[in-house]
Design a protein around this ligand. Structure first.
Ligand SMILES: NC(=O)C1=CN([C@@H]2O[C@H](COP(=O)(O)OP(=O)(O)OC[C@H]3O[C@@H](n4cnc5c(N)ncnc54)[C@H](O)[C@@H]3O)[C@@H](O)[C@H]2O)C=CC1
Ligand SMILES: O=C(CO)COP(=O)(O)O
Length: 327
């Protein structure tokens, strides 16, 4: 496991609980030392006791030595740079697993595309784990389902078995495009829902944003060759509902702060270095949509609130004032 933030540490626990021998690489040596000494990653998962089958290290060589799967748990926008450094260390046939939910700003590529390109492996060797997976709830072993997506179904099944525990139930899927776009887009819709909460709006507003957010995400997915049914599944509607409704979501919390009138810088400072992927992905997804002639009005206003000083109240008015049309 490369990355010892909230989700990397939690998914490492899932893999260890499923019976695997897991080595977790942390960027900061003191985080690795704390995990090995106290079985705790207090900065990201206070109070969670990590299992014995999990060992941490600050040495990427040690982390990847002999691995049958290498799981990438760093933010989307740094993944290319991180992986370029790790590329010479990757075991040749290891499944490369992406946990990140974003679209790269400079290239508009999905994470599996970045991984395949930088690691120089076929896309069939890359898998994605995505679903309604708020790290803190899974770390507390609350029942959760997810999706393991890979173009190579057999590889997906192997990974599915490797991460099945009594509290974590993975399904397989081969629609990599749909699963990844769903995961990236829901962060942007969660920012919009957070803004709605910050403005004092209730569940009708949230529900309207979730449903129309799903509609625009599905439109983009279909334009890029995804199966529309994917968006009704765990990584689509499932993750969208979890992220938009939960105060645990960093994206929703970030949006809530913007809705209350904080600036982007203030919201960023309050996040204490934890990543809210939607803040950057709103721009890359908006560009991807424009490239394919797809309308994504919610994503468009989220981008303008985050990066072009559109205020949340006129943003809401703009969405409501759009041309009337059939559903
Ligand atoms: N936290 C959650 O509940 C879930 C998060 N995800 C996704 O997983 C990915 C990782 O998220 P988290 O672990 O939650 O984020 P986080 O912000 O908690 O941790 C990110 C990790 O990456 C490291 N990192 C940050 N910048 C780096 C850089 N330049 N080079 C190397 N390492 C760097 C940090 O030290 C930290 O270990 C994101 O794409 C997120 O959307 C997916 C499902 C659930
Ligand atoms: O992806 C997630 C839940 O599935 C986590 O969402 P946040 O990054 O908004 O916390």
């Amino acid at each position: 496991m490369l990355g010892a933030g909230s989700w990397g540490t939690t998914f490492a626990k899932v893999l260890a609980d499923a019976g695997n021998d897991v080595v977790l690489w942390a960027r900061r040596a003191e985080v690795a030392a704390e995990i090995n000494k106290t079985r705790c990653n207090s900065g990201y998962l206070p109070g969670v006791v990590l299992p014995e089958g999990l060992r941490a290290t600050g040495d990427a060589v040690e982390a990847m030595h002999g691995a049958s799967a290498v799981v990438l748990a760093v933010p989307s926008q740094t993944l290319r740079e991180n992986l370029a450094g790790w590329q010479p260390l990757l075991p040749p046939d290891a499944t490369l697993v992406s946990l990140a939910k974003g679209v790269e700003l400079s290239t508009l590529k999905r994470m599996s595309e970045v991984i395949s390109e930088v690691a120089d492996v076929p896309l069939e060797q890359v898998a994605v784990v995505s679903g309604p997976n708020l790290a803190k709830e899974i770390a507390a072993e609350q029942p959760t389902a997810t999706v393991v997506a890979c173009l190579d179904h057999d590889r997906a099944v192997t990974l599915q078995h490797a991460c099945s525990t009594p509290y974590f139930r993975p399904y397989t899927n081969t629609d990599l495009v749909g699963i990844e776009l769903a995961g990236a887009c829901k962060n942007v819709i969660a920012l919009a829902c957070g803004m709605a909460v910050g403005l004092g709006f209730g569940h009708n507003t949230m529900s309207s944003l979730i449903t129309r957010g799903l509609a625009e995400t599905t439109r983009l997915g279909v334009a890029l060759g995804a199966d529309p049914m994917t968006f009704a599944g765990l990584a689509g509607l499932g993750d969208l509902v979890a992220t938009c409704m939960s105060p645990l979501s960093r994206n929703r919390t970030f949006g809530e702060r913007l809705g209350r009138g904080e600036t982007l810088a203030q919201a960023q400072e309050a996040a204490h270095g934890q990543v809210s992927e939607g803040v950057k992905s709103c721009s890359s997804i908006r560009q991807l949509a424009a490239r394919h002639g797809v309308e994504m009005p919610i994503t468009d206003v989220v981008h303008r609130v985050c990066h072009e000083e559109l205020a949340p109240i006129p943003a809401a008015a703009e969405l409501l004032g759009r041309e009337r049309k059939p559903e």
